[in-house]
Design a binder for this molecule. Sequence first.
Ligand code: SF4
Length: 489
Amino acid sequence: MIQKKQRYEPTDREQAFLDTVVDTKYQREIINGLTPFFDEKAPDDMMTFYSNDEVVSLKVLKGTDRDVESRMPVKITRHYYELARNSEAISRIVKASPDETGDLQGSEDPGHQMDYAPVEGLLHKYEMGLMYVISTCSAHCRFCYREELIARKEIERKDGTVAKKGLAQIPEIIAYIKEHNAAVEANGGFHPESGREKLREILLSGGDPMVLANSKIAAWFSALAEAGVESIRLGTKEMAFYPQRFDQSFLDMLDRFHETYPQVGLHFMLHFEHPDEILAKDENGNYIQDDKGFKQWIPATGEAMRGLVSRGWLTVENQAPIIKGINDDPDALRILQREFKRAGGENHYFFCGRDIVAYRAFNIPIEQAWNILNTSQKGLSGIENHARLSITHYKGKTEVAAVTNEPIPGLKGSENGVVIFKILRNAGSAPDRGKVCIVGRNPDALWFDDYEDRVLFDEAGLFDYSRVDKPGMAPSSLISGGLGTGCGG
Ligand code: SF4
């Protein structure tokens, strides 16, 4: 890992761009933690977010192993609170419950991600790198896959040291990218030690990068562009938590960035779980429609979405986990996919929950998640139904491609139907893309382990944990493929 302190000097072109950026002060009216509810210090109209009984049951856990806030800090914006008080689903996204610490099984660092951090704050597994640029969001989802980062927990590294996950810093990250890409170029397209290709795409993640000031986001964008990164993604749930953040000063920064670096792709990976996060409701809880039957977006959210999609040179995609009691509902997912596409976005992935600490409180069985998404897509057109169900195997990003109800004739173990997994991406140049794994059904399965005794066919190697993809590369079993229930890609 590169540890030495580095300096970073912007180029003249970069500095000229940065000089145009304006920062705005935002009033998110955030409530941090449960203490304002315990001590009746939250604004009067927000105090009812937790009932007296709920306050008592959460207070009693304070300081114990089951303290919900030490697992995942509580945080909510005024905008999201207004949505939550009219929506059970939205409320469950951000409202702490004693149930979440009833069973603390799970991993602090699913996929041992820290093993793949060549520089603090950067995960480099594919041709794409992921950076932690901030350790908080405007509000916090209870099911977040990044709870260890947001709660600032100490994680054990490969070398046995224990430390909090650090955040990416421009000088060190840019030095690493330049060094890696120079070595790749000098070696005919592959890194001489890791076998990886050019690091050409970077995902800004966290936490939520949209919590940063425009000038900080701009500094990342231009430094990455100057380092030769071809495509930048930004993973964010800010359009749900505080859509006013996508204001003119932010859009102006995007425009100046595009004018300065027109060759660099920019992709917003939004995170909406439920249509209640985007659609306006009447006092009876029904979505407001106009006289032609068009559902109306929440004004600020619609404006934020228009601000992005009207810039044809960037893309706007949605991805979200399917979580128990929140969006495990085909009708809700159908509306969400239809409306997001109508507004000009693309439906990218839905995720099965990962094996985070306390995952049993949030995850639904894999086969149920597939059925919910599949049912939701029955009412969608071909351009609306692009989203796939992804599950993040340690080997790489994997699609839950099909679940059958009928046995496969002659195939022992398929009597109750099968589940077909397909590898979408794995380490290096995705050598196993398209390979499948077929297992006998287990309707209760929450994770791959629950299929271990019923593997029927496994050319994908999902149940063969000792393979090595290429000389010099880590065993594929240890390489985590994506972000699961956090934000990002
Ligand atoms: S899921 Fe995304 S928005 Fe929610 S707390 Fe985690 S990183 Fe933040």
